[in-house]
Structure formats: C-alpha cells, structure tokens
Design a protein around this ligand. Structure first.
Ligand code: HEC
Length: 129
C-alpha cells in the first residue's frame, strides 16, 4: 500500500466515530434553524427563547421524555411537530436538545429505551387531547 493511502485510512478510522456523534448535533442545529427558530429565536407568542435560561429551567425540570413528547404533540400556541408534518420524533428530539443545551441544560440523543418512552407518552398525550 502506498504511504499516502495508508495515511488516509488512518485518518478515516480516527475520525469515523466522533463524526457520528457530531452528526446528531448537526441535525439538531439544522432542524432548529429550519423549523423552530422562526418562533423560538425571538419568542413569538411567548415561545421559550433560545438561551433564555429562566424560561427553560422549569421545562428542563419536566424531563426529556415528557418535554420532547409534549412538544411533539403540540402545547397551546406551539404547533405539533413545530409545524412540519414530516418531522420525525428523532429529529424533533435533536432540535429540543439543541435548544436545551443552549439554554442551561445538558441533554443527549435519546437511547432506544428512552425513544420508546417518548413514543408511549406521545400516544398517551394524543389520546388525552
Ligand atoms: C409557530 C411557532 C413555533 C414553532 C415553529 C415552534 N414552536 Fe415550540 N413553542 C412555541 C410556543 C408559542 C411555545 C409555548 C407554548 C406555551 O407554553 O403556551 C412553544 C413551546 C415549546 C416547548 C415547550 C413545551 C412545553 O411542554 O411547555 C418545546 C420543547 C418546543 N416548543 C420545541 C420546539 C421545537 C423543537 C420546534 C422545532 C422543531 C418548535 N418548538 C417550533 C412556538 C413554536
């Protein structure tokens, strides 16, 4: 093997894992900017603003499962799925994390078990509406 292609291989192996973790954050940031920022950047209709730690504190205390599920179903002036009908629960969760992590909290991508709980809470919440 030429030394150059050997180097490429080493670099690819070194960076393959962190890139995957970063990808989730990128999805969160992208979804936030494309879908949520229109309301959550300036606080339209009292939407909790990105970076407003006081506004986010009680929401963060509700916990990741509840907050993600209730936001996804819609809360008062907050439209279901942020108003984007084809937004997946996973994408929505990343966007919530992006806002939380920029507003005093520290949440990470839900694992399989948590994702199931979020889906269950979504069903419960929808049936209660
Ligand atoms: C059309 C405006 C609008 C858009 C777009 C929007 N939101 Fe909201 N959001 C609101 C408003 C208004 C509230 C406050 C609702 C209330 O408590 O009355 C809110 C509240 C929330 C809450 C707190 C829910 C709770 O249980 O109190 C979360 C989480 C949230 N939004 C996430 C998001 C995410 C993630 C996106 C993008 C995918 C998004 N929102 C897009 C207006 C919006």
């Amino acid at each position: 093997m030429k030394i150059q292609s050997c180097l490429y291989l080493i670099v690819a192996v070194i960076f393959s894992k962190p890139v995957f973790a970063d990808e989730k954050e990128v999805i969160g940031a992208k979804t936030y900017k494309a879908v949520c920022a229109v309301c959550h950047a300036s606080g339209v209709a009292n939407a909790p603003k990105l970076g407003d730690k006081n506004a986010w504190k009680p929401l963060i205390e509700e916990g990741q499962v509840i907050l993600t599920a209730h936001g996804y179903v819609g809360v008062r002036a907050m439209p279901p799925k942020g108003g984007k009908p084809d937004l997946s629960v996973e994408e929505f969760a990343e966007a919530v994390n992006y806002m939380v992590n920029n507003s005093g909290g520290q949440w990470s991508t839900p694992n399989k078990g948590m994702l199931e709980e979020i889906h269950e809470e979504i069903t419960r919440r929808k049936n209660a509406k």
